[in-house]
Design a protein around this ligand. Structure first.
Ligand code: ADP
Ligand code: MG
Length: 248
């Protein structure tokens, strides 16, 4: 078991009234899982992901990473954000080197690792370019390169494809699935938040469905479809329908 989410609840206190956002969430992430978390807008998906990576504290309950309570600076965990979250005043390479520096990687290695992962996401030649000069799809490639550069065991992603055009998104999805399946490349496990059910069925080996706020786990499904998955396969559509029927 890689990650264990145990009895996690979260209530936000806003002007004296508590808003319950997550209620008693329990599930475990195995070493090679690709988990998609789906649920209606506002049900607490992003909050849950921030709690899983240790960026936010649950009101009660715990998250364990390899048996220890998760810490926000865990070098084995990386995050890809929906809005890319790049520093506009740094080049592509510098954006990646910065995160490596914060993890204590030395000068020379930083450059090598940054170049390796810029290449792995198909951005070679763009090392010295600033984010404003890149399209949305390219910015998200930088987001992926930055997350992968720390060679995370666990990669967390919050709707990473939702602001990209369909074709770019599809290419990035397939590249990510290849990296996940490649035993010599990070990451081992992925947790991805999405509101796109078809995307979840395409990518996940497990789909966790949350109820409307406060989010509770209403289903934990193992998607038994062969890879690469075919959206035109009737079996694929049975899964999409099944997941849809569970989202209220
Ligand atoms: P989702 O990602 O599923 O759309 P979120 O986790 O972003 O949902 O938010 C769940 C609920 O918690 C929403 O009602 C949101 O307004 C509220 N919320 C999120 N973050 C905060 C915060 N920092 N303070 C107060 N309320 C918050
Ligand atoms: Mg969200």
């Amino acid at each position: 078991m890689l990650v264990e989410i145990r009895n996690v609840s979260k209530t936000y206190e806003t002007d004296g009234t508590g808003i319950p956002v997550l209620e008693n969430i329990n599930f475990a992430v195995e070493d090679n899982d690709f988990i998609c978390i789906v649920g209606p807008s506002g049900c607490g998906k992003s909050t849950l992901l921030r709690i899983i990576i240790g960026l936010e504290k649950p009101t009660s309950g715990e998250v364990f990473f390899k048996g220890k309570v998760i810490a926000p600076d865990n070098p084995k965990v990386a995050m890809v954000f929906q809005n890319f979250a790049l520093f506009p005043w740094l080049t592509v390479k510098e954006n990646i080197e910065l995160i490596l520096e914060s993890k204590g990687v030395n000068d020379k290695q930083r450059e090598n690792i940054a170049c390796k992962y810029i290449k792995s996401v198909g951005l070679d030649g763009f090392e010295k370019v600033y984010p404003r000069e890149l399209s949305g799809g390219m910015k998200q490639r930088v987001g992926f390169a930055r997350a992968l550069a720390v060679e995370p065991v666990l990669l967390c992603m919050d709707e990473p494809f939702s602001s990209l055009d369909a074709l770019t998104a599809q290419n990035l999805k397939d590249e990510l699935l290849m990296l996940w399946a490649d035993k010599n490349m990070p990451p081992d496990a992925v947790i991805m938040v999405t509101h796109n059910v078809e995307e979840a069925v395409y990518m996940a080996n497990r789909i966790i469905v949350l109820s409307p706020r406060p989010g509770k786990v209403v289903a934990d499904l193992r998607i038994e479809l062969e890879r690469p998955r075919n959206r035109k396969d009737p079996e694929f559509y049975r899964w999409v329908d099944k997941v849809f029927s569970l989202i209220i």
